[in-house]
Design a protein around this ligand. Structure first.
Ligand SMILES: Nc1ncnc2c1ncn2[C@@H]1O[C@H](COP(=O)(O)OP(=O)(O)OP(=O)(O)O)[C@@H](O)[C@H]1O
Length: 611
């Protein structure tokens, strides 16, 4: 509780006490409580009974909610769910971070509490923003200055880039690596092997390098990891490291990246740590389901870590025991931001960002492929005048003819993925899956990698066993497996020793597995956003991909939003799917809130119309 709140409450309590006293003095003579008239006693008892009843009801509701969430499909339980069962998660914060969390973090955005550079009116076009001691001195290079405005506009249009900047600053996109100021990082791999920045990198790098908060929304597989990794590591490398007492064994991270699943945290860590090493920085990955002692040892070995990539539950554990402090953080990233901000993770994120310096003093970046309305307001409360960079034809919604959108975002699937929807009888799904796999792995395609998504953990187990019995090389990844089994399955699939991976939505977001040729949805996910993420495991880094979805009458509540996605990506819409209706329902879940996207049904596909 903040000091302010505590004060307010004690004042309120005092007032109640004063009122009670007044009533007492008005009605009865002074005296001890047991001399109170029976009417007052009865009134008190009534109040107490009412309170007890309320407490009991709250307890019961809490219990029911907990039981219900244990029955929920896998998607809502990923992240650190296994960890939650085995490791207590004290809510307590370390002393060091307690002070920090009293910052403005959880307050609603207030334009008057922002610092000079980011007050919504001052363009930050010359960089030099100061945040937590770090200077962000991005200056547009003369090479980029020399490019004609027409060429820049052509690029923005072609790549369907829209930038919405509330402070009105204008940075040109870095269309080539040579448009960026030279740096050690850029001269090395992987940048040296990429031919050009991807659109999300081109448009967001200048802002993040200049010290602006950024929300980056771009299709799956479009290079968002590097979009936040490069400015993060560049800014860390050019800022002095704060010093701490010699005997202090706390690991003070200067950047924190939070990911919704362990596998994604590990993958992001692998990418960032190799970049970080190029400039003498270190990164540690903290995730549930693995030994805390080992992770603690890693922190000690590196004498802390400049960058921590983590899943929320494990990070909270380390924070509460004081092994990690985020009080030096100058760069905070929420990867798969909409997932991190929905009801399942909201409290964890508040606690984690509340342990960092206040938003005025750090940079906050959020990247995602889907950006539902339900989390947008919440996101901006953690940031200072974020620049919103969106890629895709959805970006011009409500914007002007120059491609400058108004910040609203439509849900869109990766356009390089061929999407097919088959409406089937629910009882025939697994037989159809088998036929599809055999068809897809015929002849020379026998080693093609295929990702099969189920909704429930038990369903994934059953499907895997069925496929195994039919002689298919298959592994699985879901929350009922130990972390080492999950990791082994993923590695076997990446290496190609297993060609079919059956997964729940723990594998839906962010995983970058090269050469996944086909994604098959055996059961439709909980949300249309998850559908977009699932199919996004194919068609990555400019490649083509294919997704087949088995749709049954049980999924009919998703038909409208699926039709919209198919239309938006110029994909065929089967007649049988249209029969389920085209209304998009807005749904709010008891525990997870309104995670549905508001889709404008009056909108037609950009390139194709269906009659
Ligand atoms: N500039 C670039 N040129 C070519 N390839 C790139 C470039 N930047 C990143 N990549 C590659 O693109 C692939 C996909 O990138 P990444 O995993 O960051 O996608 P993403 O946008 O985060 O996807 P998702 O939304 O699924 O999380 C990676 O293999 C990465 O190495």
């Amino acid at each position: 509780m903040s000091a302010g709140k505590k004060h307010a409450r004690s004042e309120g309590e005092e007032q109640t006490a004063r009122l009670t006293k007044k009533t007492k003095t008005d009605e009865i003579p002074d005296g001890p409580n047991d001399t109170e008239p029976s009417s007052l006693k009865a009134e008190k008892k009534k109040k107490k009974d009412k309170k007890d009843k309320k407490d009991k009801k709250e307890k019961k509701d809490k219990k029911q909610k907990k039981e219900k969430s244990e029955e929920e499909p896998e998607e809502q339980q990923n992240g650190d769910s296994a960890e939650a069962e085995s490791e207590p998660k004290p809510e307590k914060k370390s002393k060091k971070d307690k002070k920090k969390s009293k910052s403005s973090e959880e307050s609603t955005p207030n334009p008057t509490d922002q610092n000079g550079v980011f007050n919504g009116t001052t363009p930050a076009a010359n960089g030099a923003a100061q945040r937590n001691g770090a200077a962000y001195s991005y200056q547009q290079t003369s090479t980029l200055d020399a490019v004609s405005e027409a060429e820049v506009q052509e690029f923005l249009k072609k790549q369907e880039i829209a930038v919405f900047d509330p402070s009105g600053s204008k940075y040109r996109p870095v269309m080539q690596f040579s448009h960026l100021p030279t740096s050690t990082l850029l001269s090395k791999k992987p940048f040296a092997s990429f031919s050009a920045p991807t659109p999300i990198q081109a448009a967001s790098w200048p802002f993040a390098l200049a010290g602006r908060d950024v929300i980056g929304i771009a299709e799956t597989g479009s290079g968002k990891t590097m979009a936040f990794s490069l400015p993060c590591i560049e800014s860390l490398a050019s800022s002095p490291k704060p010093t701490h007492e010699k005997y202090d064994r706390t690991a003070y991270a200067r950047a924190v990246v939070v990911s919704p699943t362990r596998e994604l945290a590990m993958q992001t860590h692998a990418a960032m740590s190799s970049l970080a090493a190029l400039v003498g920085l270190s990164a540690v990955c903290l995730y549930g389901g693995a030994s805390k002692d080992d992770q603690r040892a890693l922190l000690r070995k590196n004498n802390g870590a400049d960058i921590i990539v983590a899943t929320p539950g494990r990070l909270k554990d380390f924070l509460s025991e004081g092994a990690v402090s985020l009080s030096d953080v100058m760069f905070a990233v929420l990867d798969e931001a909409d997932r991190m901000l929905d009801k399942g993770f909201e409290d964890d994120i508040k606690l984690i960002l509340g342990s960092c310096p206040p938003r005025e003093k750090r940079l906050t970046l959020m990247f995602t492929a889907t950006w539902p309305v339900s989390v947008q307001g919440l996101a901006e409360g953690f940031m200072i005048d974020p620049v919103k960079v969106t890629i895709g034809n959805r970006t011009r919604a409500g914007g002007d003819e120059n491609g400058v959108g108004n910040g609203s975002v439509e849900l869109q699937a990766n356009l390089r993925i061929e999407q097919k929807v088959e409406v089937v009888d629910p009882r025939g799904k697994e037989q159809r899956l088998l036929e599809l796999l055999r068809e897809a792995q015929k002849g020379s395609a026998k080693n093609d990698r295929i990702l099969v998504f189920c909704l429930y953990k038990k369903e994934a187990v059953r499907v895997e066993q069925n496929l195994e019995r039919r002689g298919i090389r298959v592994a699985s990844i879901h929350g009922d497996l130990r972390q080492d089994q999950r990791t082994r399955s993923l590695e076997a699939f990446k290496a190609g020793t297993t060609t079919v991976l059956v997964a729940t939505d723990v594998a839906a977001r962010g995983l970058d597995i090269p050469e996944v040729k086909l994604v098959i949805n055996v059961t439709f996910p909980l949300t249309i956003e998850d559908y977009v993420h699932r199919i996004g495991r194919t068609g990555r880094a400019g490649k083509k991909g294919k997704a087949i979805t088995l749709f049954t009458e049980h999924d009919k509540s998703h038909s409208g939003s699926l039709v919209n996605i198919l239309k938006g990506a110029n994909q065929p819409v089967p007649e049988e799917l249209l029969k389920f209706g085209t209304t998009v329902k807005k749904k709010a879940h008891d525990s997870y809130g309104a995670f549905f996207k508001d889709v404008d049904m009056s909108k037609k596909a950009t390139k194709i119309t269906f009659d």
